[in-house]
Design a protein around this ligand. Structure first.
Ligand code: ADP
Ligand code: MG
Length: 386
């Protein structure tokens, strides 16, 4: 994203003066799917696509915001009880309220912003937007006193309290804490995290957006959570002396021992969750060793688990996975909750162009839709540009 793109609009749509510029990225998740509510690990990284905003205090209590991409302008008072109606402006309104709760004395400002994270594709454009403004408000009005973690939580609270999205912590975490060439293993229970090198020379990361979203997603999500809880209940029963809060606390022997106490379906779900825990740990080792072939293999295993055991895939995503395999792609899997959205693919440089051509042609021929393709590079988190 070019600074000039944002600056020229900021100047044009306001009083001609310039302000400060901030940027925050979207994210990918290499492995660790449906693990957050099971107390497990996720493994995100920030990408080279994000939101950039220019912002300048205006000496009033009003926010005048211009969305460059939507060509929409919204004004609201920062102390207004209800806030704006436009959904994009609610993210800004929400983060203002949450930063105020953290002691930042937010005043009115003019802002224009733009982004190159595709909206609603599972790369978390909303977290990029929240983190960008959290970072900007902290710098302009808060002497940078709010910690990175508190900004992450403020972004999450914005989704919960003002945008009606009951999300976890991964997206905002990745956007704020991301580093170039590093993925982060985040423990969803303790919030501890560790950076791992991700410098796949000779490979590219490619997202293939199936451009489908199946209605099933939210009810299936609740069903999967319930299945996991059922197995935890059976484990608690069997092991009254052990502390078992989530499937994180179970090992394979324990799971095997409650086989007769849970339904076959619930068992399959738990098998996926325990398998994913092992795969995340295997990926840590592989990343430290620079072994991207193993990383890729684990991605395929995750896809299989999500498709066959957790059953959150769909025909289109399985087809994209098959095409990846046929093309000799190193790793490929569903990214995100499933039932649509993107696959994430680790592709050797020399296979990249042919894979993209092939996936477009085959997917189009079968479903009459063109998948969207995004190459991404693991990049820096939220920052001040100037
Ligand atoms: P995602 O998976 O991309 O986070 P969401 O539905 O959570 O999808 O967030 C998308 C919403 O975030 C958009 O509907 C819009 O309100 C806001 N948004 C994200 N990026 C932009 C942008 N570049 N310009 C305006 N609004 C944006
Ligand atoms: Mg979002």
């Amino acid at each position: 994203m070019e600074i000039e793109h944002v600056r020229s609009r900021f100047i044009k749509h306001f009083d001609g003066k310039t302000g400060n510029i901030y940027a925050s990225p979207g994210r990918i998740n290499i492995i660790g799917e449906h693990t957050d509510y099971n107390g497990g690990f996720v493994f995100p990284g920030a990408i080279d696509k994000g939101i950039m905003c220019e912002i300048r205090p205006n000496g009033t209590n009003k926010v005048m915001a211009y969305s460059i991409d939507l060509k929409d302008r919204v004004e609201f008072d920062i102390n207004d009880e209800k806030g704006p109606k436009a959904s994009w402006a609610r993210y800004i309104y929400g983060i203002i309220q949450e930063m105020k709760k953290l002691g930042v004395d937010v005043k009115g400002f003019n802002t224009a912003f733009a982004g190159d994270v595709p909206l609603g594709a599972g790369l978390s454009s909303s977290a990029a937007l929240e983190s960008c403004f959290a970072f900007a408000l902290n710098d302009l009005f808060g002497d940078n006193k709010v910690s990175k973690w508190d900004m992450v939580l403020a972004g999450q609270a914005t989704e919960h309290n003002y945008c009606g999205v009951n999300c976890g912590i991964m997206d905002q975490f990745a956007s704020v804490f991301g580093q170039e060439g590093k993925l982060m293993r985040l423990d969803c229970r303790s919030h501890e995290f560790e950076y791992f090198p991700f410098d796949p020379k000779g490979y590219k990361l490619v997202l293939v957006d199936s451009v489908v979203k199946h209605e099933l997603a939210s009810s299936a999500y609740n069903d999967r959570r319930k299945s996991c809880e059922n197995v935890v209940a059976a484990l608690k029963n069997k092991y009254p002396d052990k502390t078992i809060e989530t499937l994180r606390d179970a090992d394979w022997d324990m799971l095997e021992s409650v086989k007769a106490d849970v339904s076959e379906e619930d068992m399959k779900r738990a098998v996926y969750v325990l398998g994913e825990k092992d795969r995340v740990l295997a990926v840590c080792e592989a990343l430290n060793a620079g072994d991207y072939e193993t990383v890729g293999q684990k991605m395929y295993e995750t896809h299989k688990g999500l498709s066959k055991d957790y059953e959150v895939s769909c025909e289109e995503l399985d087809y994209l996975n098959d095409i990846a395999k046929e093309n000799g792609v190193t790793g490929s899997r569903i990214m995100g909750g499933g039932f649509g959205g993107c696959t994430i693919n680790l592709v050797k440089d020399e296979l990249h162009d042919k894979f993209i051509e092939d996936v477009k042609a085959k997917y189009e021929a079968k479903y009459g839709k063109t998948p969207k393709i995004y190459d991404v590079v693991i990049s820096e988190g939220s920052r001040k540009i100037c």
